[in-house]
Write a protein that binds this ligand. Sequence first.
Ligand code: NOJ
Length: 543
Amino acid sequence: MSTLHPRFRRLAAFSLALLLAACGGGGGGSTGPLPSFDTSAVAAADAGGMPNADWRAGPFAEIFVRGYQDSDGDGIGDLKGLISRLDYLKDLGITGLWLMPVTDSQDHDHGYAVTDYRGIERDYGSLADFDELLRQAHARGIGIVIDYVINHSAYDNPLFVNSRAAADNPFRGWYVWQNSVPSGWSIYGNNPWYGTDNGAYFAGFWSQMPDFNLRNPAVLAYHADSLRFWLNRGVDGFRFDAVGNLVENGPAAWENQPENDTVMNGVRQLVAGYANRYMVCEAPAAPQRYAANDTCGGSFAFGQQGNVIGASAGDTASVADTADYFNTAPAGMASFLSNHDSFAGDRLWDQMIGNTAEYRLAAATNLLQGSTPFIYYGEEIGMANGASGLSGDPRLRTPMSWTAGNTGTGGFTSGRPFRAFSANVAMNNVAAQQADPSSLLAFYKTLIALRKSRPSLMTGSYHAPRPSGAVMSFTRSLGAEKTLVVFNYGRSAASASVAGLPANATLQPLWPAGGTATAADAGGNAGIPLARQSFAVFAVNPP
Ligand code: NOJ
C-alpha cells in the first residue's frame, strides 16, 4: 500500500492538468512545475446516507472539529476525537451535525480557505477517518452535513496557483480577473480587487480567498463533481458558505445577484438526486430569498437570533419580531442563537451575561418555533467566549469545555490546546453538568426529547403567533396533532390570551413537568397563567 498521503496520491492522478498548466506557465512569479490537483469527473453513485429523512428535522449541532475533541495529544481536535464524542451528541438528542470545513485548508483554522476540495484537512485525519465518522454517526441516527465553500478557494489552492501563473494559463478563467485594479468597489470596507504582475483578481472576503468564476461552466462542473465526491461517500448534505456572494455584476451589484439563484438551483437539483439529503445556505443579507425551492431550499434565519435574544431579555418589540418571523418567512428556515462568526453575535452566554433564566427562554424559543434548529457546540452547557486575550472570531471557536481543567483524561486534549479555553470552563463544563439534574445540559436534553416526541414540534406548520407585551403564544400542527406553546419573557407573572383553538379543546400539559391541564372555551379561547420568565407547552386535544 502506498505510504503517500491520500492528498498527494490524488495530485499524482491529474497529470493532464499539470501538463497544461506547466505549458501555460512562466508568468506571475511562478517557477518550476505548477501544483496539480484532482478535477476528474465524478459520476453519481449513491451508496446511501441516512436511512430516512426524519433526521433533517434536527436539532443540528454546529461543530468546529478543530475545537471539539483531540484524539492524539497534538492539541488540535480531529475526526477520531469527534467520533469518540458521538455518544454524547446522541444522548443530547442531536440528529444532524454541521461540520465547519473539514477539507484541507490554507488557514488551518476555520477552514474556509480550501486548498483541496476532495481531501481532508491534514490536522483532522484522513478520508478513512471521515468514512468511519459517517459510519458511526449513521449507526447512531445522526446525519453529517459538511461545509462547502463554493464561492472562493484558498490563494494556495493549486487551481488558483495555476490561474494566477499567467494570463494565458488554462485555468485563468476559473477565477475572476481583469487587467488592473478598478476603483469604485467596496466590499466589507475593502476594494476586493488585488493586483498581480499579470492582472488583477477578485477576492470578496480576503486577498487569500480568491473568488471562483461561477459563470464558467467548467467551474460549475468541477464543484458538481466535488459535491458528488462527498455525496457518494455517504455525506448527508451541505452547508453552503457565502451564497449571497457567488456572482458579481458591478460595484453596486455584487450581492444577491440573480445568477446566484441559478447556481444554487443547479446545486439543489444535484443534491436532491440523492436520498434523504439536506442543504442549508448562508446568506446573512437576504436569508429568506434562498429558502425558496428554486434556490437552496434551506437557509439560516439571520436576524431572528437577535430577535429571540432581545425577546428573552424582555424587550417587547423583539417579542413581536420573534413571533412574526416564521409567520412570514418561507418554509425551510434554519434557526440558531449564535455561530462561529462574531458578526452573528457573541456566544449566547456572553449575550445573556450569564442570566440562565433568559438563556433557557432563548434556547426554548429556538427549539420550539417553526424552524430547523441549530445549536452551536457548547451552547448546551452555557459555554462562554474565550478567555481574555482572545478577540474577534477566535474567541467564539475555543476548545469544547468537557471538564473543569479540560486537559488530561476526559478533557479536550492530553497535550497543549491550540487555543485558550472558554472563560467559564471551570464552572460550565460537560462533566459538571452531567452530574446535575438541574443543569442547562439537562434542560436542553429534556426539551430536545420533548420536541422529538411531538411530530408537530419537529416539522409542523407554525400558526397563530400572538405577541402581547412580553407574552407570546403560537401553535404547531402536523396532521391531526396540534401543540400550543406559550412564553412569558417578562419579569412578572402574566396571562397569555390564546385564541383560535378548537372549541372546548383540552390543553394537556407537556411542559413544565407537573403543569395543570386546562381547556379552551366554546369560542376556542384560553387564558394561560405563566410565572415570570417561563414557558409552557400543551398538547391540544379536541374534546
Ligand atoms: C462565512 C463563514 O461563516 C465565515 O466564517 C467565513 O469567513 C466566510 N463565509 C468566508 O468563507
